[in-house]
Every structure is written in structure tokens, then in C-alpha cells.
Design a protein around this ligand. Structure first.
Ligand SMILES: NC(=O)c1ccc[n+]([C@@H]2O[C@H](COP(=O)([O-])OP(=O)(O)OC[C@H]3O[C@@H](n4cnc5c(N)ncnc54)[C@H](O)[C@@H]3O)[C@@H](O)[C@H]2O)c1
Length: 453
């Protein structure tokens, strides 16, 4: 689909949806945008209290009222309210909060493994949903969300903030403009720095049944980006993954890091109590629910991977060569698209390489029958390369603003990106290619259906 056709189809659909679907309240009543939207937050960890708590109330309080805050942990909930700086009522019971406070929109920033419970209950009780990625962690939970969305007819937005940085927008625009012709294959390689992986392994992200492995928790961003860039849906995945350094591979283990007997010799030693912020949010409240923020990175429960390779075949014929190297020396990525008329690529180095190389821009390079061209996109570090603010503006400040690049995502996008990770997990475990069709009732389409809200 070329750019003009894309804008025409998504723009028309969006305008149509707005005419017949004005802002709806819990009881289905309509309301004008001139008043503040009633939002409630569920999940008060770093993401909830930060981006959708403190930042939301600091920058968007002219547009939203936080009418309730919910977390299963009563201690964290209390700290969260102070961190966010509001006096909204707090609840450990989701249904009670929705019944009493009647939010129009629930913002879901709970653990990946509990997103479906909160999302589905919220829809059942009449709320629209803004949910963090990954939408969920497996195909059955994904199906339950597909079914609930159909049943209750609410609006669900999945916050794929990686679609919003200026370099990503530029690449999407160039592909839609046909600068490299029809895309035939893509190469996408993502690095996670050692320290970031350590952070994952200490938390629930290290356990398959809680984060779906990095194939889902992390790669959902990357698979979604590719689905969006090439405007198609995946059909088959072939993958390998392995765990080499953490979990049972480690030489010793303790209960948690801060008071472990092996601190002197462990390369991963970290004392959570040195951070007032993390101590007050997590360590001080672990007696309520047993959520340990500084678990041992060598605990036997770790069953996710630190290296991942996959080949994904798309319904439009594109092949994706993908890797997630989760334990390496700098954070960053290298992404490239090969087309019938050229090649488009970008590369960025994050911590710590960027600091040595003084990168001030992200290069987006075009190679075709003209002289090679490098477009320099100013480099932004904050908020996921500048994407978070653009996404938050669209979510809360100017929700009706047209998005010619189609950045906002819904359930179908969320599910498709998760299913590539689920298929990769199965492929790697069973040593066989795995089809996307059959995992849920969604059938992969050659042209990705646009999200119309
Ligand atoms: N888009 C991004 O770049 C990005 C970045 C960071 C985190 N995230 C996502 O944000 C979410 C939260 O991450 P985090 O690091 O803040 O996690 P966290 O573990 O620090 O916090 C999650 C909170 O949810 C609460 N919780 C879990 N299940 C619940 C339930 N059913 N009802 C009520 N409360 C519940 C926990 O008690 C905890 O306080 C995750 O889904 C994560 O993947 C996205």
C-alpha cells in the first residue's frame, strides 16, 4: 500500500469512527473533550508511578483527572500516591475502584502476566483501556483479550512507544513513500547491555510464566516495529534461543542480592537499599506479597534466554532476520530493509558506547540508484529516544490529532507482535517452524489492517 492510499484509508476510517463513537463514560454516556478525562492507574511500579503517574500529572493535568490508583500491594500503593503527588483514592481491589470512581479509561501497568485480567475486567465494567506492552504473554491470554474486546466493544490502545521516536517515523515515511520500492527482506538486530539484562534477571522478567521470556517482554517492541514498518502480518517463525550465564548456569546463589553471602565475589552484586526510591517502592513492601526486586540472578527459577535468533516469514513475502543479543557490551540496534529499488538502514548505539562516540544524531541511510544519502535525525536519549512525549501527547492532550504514519496500536497489533514471540519460544523448544495461524482466531493478513480506534 502506498502512502497516499494508506493515509486515505486510515484517515477516513478514523474520521468515521469519531463521528459515530464520541467519548464514552462508564455508563455509556457521552461527554465533551472540554472536560478532563477520568483515568485510573492499575499497577504502581516504576512504570506506573513514573510515566503514567508523576509525568502524567506533571504534564497533562489540564487534560486528565486521576480518579483512582490501584495495586495489589497496599504498601506500594501508599508510596506511589506520594510519588505521583496526587490525593486520589487508592484501592487494592480493581472492581471496587471501578464501581466507586467510574473511570472512563484504565491505564494498565501491572506485570505482563496479569495484563489480561485487568484489561478484560476493565472492559467488562465499561472502561476503555490503555495498556503497556506486551499486551500479554501467551496465546490463550491473547485470545481472551480478543474475545473480550469483541464482546464489550471498548477501545484498547497498546502503548508501543518504539513507534514514536523521530527516526522511526522517518523510516516508516520513507518506506511508505516507496523510496526503496517493495520491501523484500529486513534485518533487525537488537543489543541489551549487561546491566539492563541483570536488571531483568533479578525481577519477574527472568521467569517464563511471568514475562513470557524476552521473546515476548522485549521483542514485542521489535516485532511490532517490523509489522508496522512493512505493513504486514507474520505467518511463520523459525527460532533458536539459549541461556548461557544466568539461573542454574551460575556458580552459586542466595535469596536476594542485598544480604547475600556471596556479595564479595559476585559480579552482579547490587544493593537495592542504596536507592531510597527503589527501597521505598519495593524492598519496604515485600512482606505484603513476596515480590523481591533484587532476586538472585542465579536462582534456579530463571528459565528465559539471553540469546535469541529468529527468521520470520510475512504474509506479504518479506523475510525478517532477527536477533536479540541480551547480554552484551552496549545497548543499541541495527535495522535495515532491502527493497526492489534500494536499501534503507539505521543504526544507533546506546549506553555506554554512545558516551564515548559523542553521537548527536541517528543516521537513517538510503542506498539506491542515486548517491547514498544519510539523513541525520537529532539524537534524543530521554523517554525512549523522544518517543514517549509524542505518544503521551497523542494519548492525553490531542487524541483526535490525525496520525498519517498510523502510530497508535490496538489489540490486533498487540497480539500479532506477541504471537511472533510465542511462536519463537515454541520453535526454539520444539526445533520446528511454527505457524502464527492457529495460535489464536486471528488470520495473518498480507496488508496489516489499520487500527481505527
Ligand atoms: N514501553 C516501555 O518501554 C516499558 C518500559 C518499562 C515497563 N513497561 C511495562 O510496564 C509494565 C510495568 O512494569 P514495571 O517495571 O513498572 O513493573 P513492576 O513490577 O515494577 O510493577 C508492576 C506493579 O503491578 C502490580 N500488580 C501486578 N499484578 C496486579 C494486579 N492484577 N492488580 C493490581 N496490581 C498488580 C504489582 O504489585 C506492581 O506494583 C510491564 O508490563 C512492563 O512490561 C514498558
Amino acid at each position: 500500500m502506498n502512502r497516499r492510499k494508506f493515509i486515505t484509508s486510515t484517515g477516513a476510517a478514523t474520521a468515521g469512527a469519531l463521528l459515530i463513537n464520541p467519548v464514552k463514560g462508564v455508563a455509556g454516556t457521552t461527554a465533551r473533550r472540554s472536560r478532563k478525562k477520568r483515568v485510573a492507574l492499575v499497577g504502581t511500579g516504576v512504570r506506573g508511578t513514573g510515566m503514567y503517574g508523576r509525568n502524567l500529572m506533571r504534564d497533562y493535568s489540564d487534560y486528565v483527572n486521576m480518579v483512582g490508583i490501584c495495586d495489589a500491594n497496599p504498601g506500594r500503593l501508599k508510596v506511589a500516591r506520594e510519588l505521583i503527588g496526587v490525593d486520589s483514592p487508592v484501592y487494592t481491589d480493581l472492581e471496587e475502584m471501578i464501581t466507586k470512581e467510574k473511570p472512563e479509561t484504565l491505564i494498565v501497568t501491572t506485570w505482563d502476566s496479569t495484563h489480561h485480567d485487568v484489561v478484560n475486567k476493565g472492559m467488562e465494567m465499561g472502561c476503555d483501556i490503555i495498556v503497556e506492552k506486551p499486551l500479554t504473554i501467551d496465546e490463550d491470554k491473547a485470545q481472551s483479550i480478543i474475545d473480550a474486546e469483541k464482546k464489550y466493544g471498548r477501545k484498547v490502545i497498546v502503548t508501543f512507544n518504539y513507534r514514536y521516536p523521530p527516526y522511526a517515523g522517518k523510516m516508516r515515511e520513507l518506506i511508505m513513500d516507496g523510496i526503496i520500492g517493495e520491501v523484500t527482506s529486513a534485518d533487525f538486530h537488537w543489543n541489551i547491555h549487561h546491566g539492563h539484562l541483570q536488571n531483568y534477571m533479578m525481577r519477574w522478567h527472568g521467569e517464563m510464566n511471568r514475562g513470557g521470556s524476552l521473546w515476548v517482554h522485549k521483542s514485542t517492541h521489535h516485532f511490532d516495529l517490523i509489522n508496522w514498518f512493512i505493513n504486514s502480518e507474520p505467518v511463520q517463525v523459525n527460532a533458536f534461543s539459549a541461556l548461557e550465564r544466568f539461573g542454574s548456569k551460575g556458580p552459586f546463589r542466595g535469596n536476594n542480592c542485598r544480604n547475600c553471602a556471596h556479595t564479595a565475589k559476585c559480579p552482579y552484586y547490587w544493593n537495592i537499599n542504596n536507592s531510597d526510591y527503589l527501597k521505598s517502592l519495593y524492598a519496604d513492601n515485600e512482606h505484603y506479597d513476596g515480590y523481591i526486586r533484587d532476586n538472585c540472578v542465579f536462582r534456579h527459577q530463571i528459565d528465559v534466554f539471553d540469546k535469541h535468533s529468529a527468521i520470520v516469514k510475512y504474509a506479504n513475502g518479506v523475510f525478517l532476520n532477527y536477533s536479540l543479543t541480551a547480554d552484551t557490551d552496549y545497548a543499541g540496534y541495527w535495522i535495515a530493509f532491502n527493497g526492489t529499488k534500494g536499501r534503507l538502514e539505521s543504526r544507533a548505539m546506546g549506553f555506554p558506547a554512545r558516551d564515548h562516540m559523542e553521537m548527536t544524531f541517528t543516521p537513517v541511510s538510503i542506498y539506491n540508484d542515486k548517491p547514498a544519502e544519510v539523513i541525520r535525525i537529532p539524537y534524543v536519549t530521554e523517554g525512549h529516544w523522544g518517543g514517549d512525549t509524542i505518544m503521551m501527547n497523542k494519548l492525553f492532550k490531542d487524541p483526535d490529532k490525525p496520525e498519517p504514519l498510523g502510530q497508535q496500536a490496538g489489540v490486533r497489533d498487540g497480539v500479532m507482535s506477541v504471537l511472533i514471540g510465542v511462536a519463537a519460544r515454541k520453535s526454539s523448544a520444539e526445533n520446528r517452524p511454527v505457524d502464527i495461524e492457529g495460535l489464536t482466531t486471528l488470520k495473518p493478513q498480507a496488508v496489516k489492517p489499520p487500527f481505527t480506534g
